[in-house]
Design a protein around this ligand. Structure first.
Ligand code: ZN
Length: 81
């Protein structure tokens, strides 16, 4: 039996998706999402949003690695000359 209303479920949604809730709260949020179409839709949207953010973060690490490699190569070249 869940005591969460929609407002509370949405308030916990971010932590729920980031797996940062206590097991009791996870269960309460999950129970609410099972019963409530509005919040379930909201959860799906938030999840896609988080996945998009994570995808973007992992994409942005690539240029940094490339840049670091270029800097290292330049330093090596400067040392060599
Ligand atoms: Zn709801």
């Amino acid at each position: 039996m869940s005591r969460l209303d929609c407002e509370e479920a949405v308030a916990h949604l971010y932590d729920y998706l980031k797996l940062e809730l206590t097991p009791d709260l996870v269960e309460e949020v999950r129970t609410h999402l099972d019963r409530c179409c509005d919040c379930a839709g909201h959860a799906r949207f938030e999840q896609q949003f988080l996945q998009m953010l994570e995808a973007r973060v992992s994409k942005e690490t690539c240029p940094n690695e490339v840049r670091a490699r270029i800097v290292a190569a330049l330093r090596a070249a400067a040392r060599g000359s």
